[in-house]
Design a protein around this ligand. Structure first.
Ligand SMILES: Cc1cc2nc3c(=O)[nH]c(=O)nc-3n(C[C@H](O)[C@H](O)[C@H](O)COP(=O)(O)OP(=O)(O)OC[C@H]3O[C@@H](n4cnc5c(N)ncnc54)[C@H](O)[C@@H]3O)c2cc1C
Length: 406
């Protein structure tokens, strides 16, 4: 089939990158892009940072302007939710009663915030953060002196904490675990970020288990902890992680397990359907395990790989991922996956506000967390894919460049 009709469900980061790849590779068949948000594909990272702060225009979020899609003949349908997939007929049924036929389909439906399963979660003034529409609601709450309680001390909770604090709000972060970002960074990095937030007036309570949200009429007025303690709040942000948006795929009978299962070619259990981005769980060959990643880099790389494979250009998707988080003037970049490490080496002194934490397994460098350290980050992005085996003494010596530690 020389010009297959390609449909993409979801118009976010992975979808936009897949479209770019199809255009660059000169795909001549029809490309239909369906997005339920009513917006052109845009970048989400600024939603908790500059866009929330009001220092980045809405236009600057867009990955491409509308004319780009029109110029390349992309049938872009924003504001359209795919309701179901008829795999036998290769047809997507849209919520408005129309449908789109495809030869090849990419699911790039992303993820959505995990809901707070507690009494009071439905009150006015309780927010989540995933989309521009969420920011519009959240921003209306931001005013100096107002009290925000953020439930969840992960990246998004802490990024919003930093943005709100810089806007003069009174900020409290509640984290159920014994340290912030505990799922993704080392204790040294958690401790560093806790101290940096505290220094700027953010109150972080770890080991804080929320019991319920307390109303004043229909609006949230406080957060009650399991120990009975109450924290007054003008509004609340719930940031307790995301869940893969795989309901459409599950209903269509595709294999799913914490995301849509794909092979190393980004292909689902249906040979005509691929998946990429936050919604997909893929086998990482480098790490020897199946992973579902939530990052721009992953959406970009998987969107590219899936598009190439849909064009019949066999491309194994096996990238070492990386992720960043900006909080105040601190830039954290994590390269690789640390899950199976057996050794941790700290490079530099956190007091100097630029340091790294290196993770090894059987002597091989598998992940590096960097704080304000571009050189280590850049070196890690070359060394980890190359399976570098650094000398431990050199690795621990910040005077030796990371790239020279082998
Ligand atoms: C506030 C915030 C800050 C972030 N900061 C960072 C950061 O600093 N660094 C980083 O690397 N990553 C960051 N991320 C994560 C990153 O933005 C995501 O990993 C990335 O957007 C995933 O891309 P995606 O294409 O898989 O999903 P998305 O960009 O979420 O796109 C999926 C789209 O599909 C739509 N959709 C779902 N179901 C349907 C349907 N049935 N029909 C039609 N459309 C549908 C969704 O509404 C959405 O528009 C952040 C995310 C958020 C929310």
């Amino acid at each position: 089939m020389s010009t297959p009709r390609i449909a993409i469900v979801g118009a976010g980061q992975a979808a936009a990158q897949a479209v770019e790849t199809l255009i660059k590779r000169g795909h001549q068949g029809l490309i239909t892009l369906l997005g339920d948000e009513g917006l052109l594909p845009y970048q989400r990272p600024p939603l908790s940072k500059k866009f929330l702060a009001g220092t980045l225009d809405r236009d600057r979020l867009l990955i491409r302007h509308g004319a780009h899609y029109t110029d390349h003949g992309v049938d872009l349908r924003v504001g359209f939710a795919a309701a179901s997939i008829d795999r036998a007929l290769r047809r997507i049924d849209i919520a408005d009663g129309t449908s789109v036929e495809y030869d090849r389909l990419l699911l790039a439906t992303g993820s959505h915030p995990r809901l707070l399963p507690l009494p009071g979660a439905e009150l006015v003034g309780v927010h989540y953060l995933r989309s521009v529409a969420d920011v519009d609601k959240l921003r209306a709450e931001l005013a100096p002196g107002r009290r925000v309680v953020i439930i969840g001390g992960g990246y998004i909770g802490l990024e919003v904490a930093a943005t709100c604090r810089e806007a003069g709000l009174d900020v409290t972060v509640l984290e159920a675990a014994d340290r912030v970002m505990n799922r993704v960074v080392s204790p040294a990095v958690s401790a560093f970020y806790e101290a940096e937030h505290a220094r700027r007036g953010v109150q972080i309570l770890c080991g804080a288990r929320v019991d319920s949200l307390v109303p004043d009429s229909t609006r949230v007025a406080a957060v009650r902890l399991e120990d009975g303690h109450e924290l007054a709040a003008d509004f609340v942000l719930v940031a307790i992680g995301v869940v893969a948006t795989d309901a459409l795929a599950r209903a269509a009978g595709l294999e799913c397990d914490n995301g849509i299962l794909v092979d190393e070619y980004c292909r689902t259990s249906d040979p005509h359907i691929w998946a990429a981005g936050d919604c997909a769980r893929h086998p990482s060959i480098h790490y020897g395990m199946r992973v579902r990643l939530e990052s721009v880099d992953n959406a970009f790389e998987q969107g590219t790989s899936a598009a190439l494979n849909m064009l019949g250009i066999r491309t194994i998707h096996d990238k070492v991922p990386w992720f960043w988080s900006d909080q105040f003037d601190l830039k954290m970049v994590i390269v690789g996956l640390s899950a199976a490490h057996d050794e941790v080496v700290l490079r530099g002194d956190p007091a100097g506000r630029a340091f790294s934490v290196c993770y090894l397994r059987d002597g091989e460098l598998i992940a590096v967390e960097t704080v304000n350290h571009t050189k280590d980050q850049m070196a890690a992005r070359k060394m980890i894919p190359a399976r570098a085996r650094p000398d431990l003494a050199k690795l621990a010596d910040p005077a030796v460049a990371l790239k020279d530690a082998v």
